[in-house]
Design a protein around this ligand. Structure first.
Ligand SMILES: [Zn+2]
Length: 425
């Protein structure tokens, strides 16, 4: 079987004799991040043709004395910062500046919250048991020996730049692990081999996602609801209430300060960070459940629906910011990278035409009991089904049809190109 590579993150607990040096290092790192973050925004360093590398060079040119020995325009106000420490911080600052554009509040604090990523030269002798990190003790740089604990690294893999993360007072090392996947065939050869597929639907109910496993002929084999949506929404609402009350107490309206207005000291930062962590937690939990279920079921291709942009925006606005459906985006993202290492590929198929017909007879369906749960559809012949399962099965079959129609060396129909062109990896 053809092999390929995927990247997953290993979480290790970290113990060392001088955790206060890690704290110092993180403090310095965040100062450097913040310096570059402000520089990027103030100097208007934006994405250009050269991408992130060009932005890095531009940020360094303005702050570091080059070969020409000329004084930089805005010298880095910290001494003795190793170049790879600086570069790592610049990368974080660029990422934060990019996401800042898309958000109103969290962006700025995120730049400050970044964990230290140790680029090459800043760590050595990384094994499953220990690592040496180059840290700032407040006065000088030194090597710190750290013990690690966690599940062992795969036998064959490549370890990438680790990050030291402090979670609830405990230090962890996050290590991206590049490894061979079990199966690197592309979607087309998997479909041609008649492998099982799993069609996913993301919902705004208690089920973050509904998984429908189909065999290569389109027969529905198994359904799984990935729960937790209500719990997630409940936690989010409580935090949102706190934010509202807090804005109110400060004399703003419930929605807080107007866009562009910045209250002093980021008063609700802790709530927004908590909301962000909730999203990450539930996103990881749900995506892990999906990938594990699919692996158990012998699924080789994951099918995800793709919507027209205007339509998804409208639906998401209706569902709200901290809704299960909104988190669906993050879950999709996580599923994509986790599934690759688990030997599966993701295919995106246009959702057009998948919800309106009965998956049993093809007749038109309509929603039933909209005022109650609204989760059932019924067709004119009386087939009654969960609407997410009905749509999921239709989507899975649309994908199977798309690949089935395409003959090698011939141009297929639009649906085929769409299905094949969007596959991952
Ligand atoms: Zn029917």
């Amino acid at each position: 079987m053809e092999k390929g590579y995927g990247i997953t993150t290993w979480w290790m607990t970290l113990r060392c004799g001088h955790p206060e040096w890690l704290v110092e290092t993180e403090k310095l790192y965040r100062q450097v991040c913040l310096f570059y973050y402000n520089l990027i925004l103030e100097e208007g360093i934006v994405d250009g043709k050269g991408g992130i590398q060009q932005m890095q060079r531009e940020a360094e040119r303005l702050t570091i004395r080059g070969r020409d020995k000329k004084e930089p325009v805005r010298p880095l106000p910290f001494e003795k910062v190793p170049s790879y420490f600086r570069r790592s911080a610049i990368n974080k600052a660029i990422a934060a500046a990019r996401s800042q554009k898309a958000r109103q509040y969290a962006g700025r604090s995120e730049a400050l919250e970044a964990p230290v990523t140790f680029f090459k030269g800043m760590y050595r002798e990384l094994t499953g048991q220990s690592v040496e990190l180059k840290v700032w003790d407040g006065e000088k740089w030194r090597w710190l020996h750290c013990r690690l604990k966690g599940k062992p690294f795969p036998e064959v893999c490549q370890l990438m730049s680790p990050s030291a993360v402090c979670e609830y007072g405990r230090w962890m090392l996050h290590v991206p692990v590049r490894q061979e996947t079990e199966d690197a065939r592309d979607a087309r050869s998997r479909m041609a081999a008649g492998e099982r597929i799993c069609s996913l639907q993301f919902t705004n109910t208690d089920a973050f996602a509904v998984c429908c496993v189909l065999d290569g002929a389109g027969t529905l084999l198994k359904v799984k609801f990935i729960g937790g949506g209500k719990e997630y929404q409940h936690h989010c609402r409580r935090l949102e209430e706190k934010v509202k009350r807090s804005w109110g107490a400060m004399g703003y309206g419930e929605k807080g300060p107007a866009k562009g207005e910045r209250p002093e000291g980021q008063p609700n930062k802790k709530y927004f960070l908590h909301l962000k962590h909730l999203g990450e937690y539930y996103g990881h939990k749900a995506s892990k459940e999906i990938v594990e279920f699919c692996r158990e079921q012998g699924v080789k291709v994951l099918v995800m629906p793709e919507y027209e942009e205007g339509y998804s925006r409208m639906v998401k606005v209706k569902a709200g910011n901290y809704s299960p459906l909104h988190l669906g985006n993050r879950i999709r993202e996580y599923v994509e990278y986790k599934s690759w290492a688990a030997g599966m590929v993701v295919v995106k198929v246009s959702a057009a035409g998948t919800s309106g017909m009965c998956s049993e007879c093809g007749a038109q369906v309509k929603r039933e009991g909209e005022k109650t749960s609204g989760e059932l559809v019924v067709c004119v012949k009386g087939h009654r089904k969960n609407r997410f399962v009905n749509t999921g099965v239709n989507l899975g079959r649309k994908c199977l049809r798309g690949f089935g129609e395409k003959k090698p060396g011939m141009k297929g129909k639009a649906a085929v190109d769409e299905a094949a062109g969007n596959e991952m990896g």
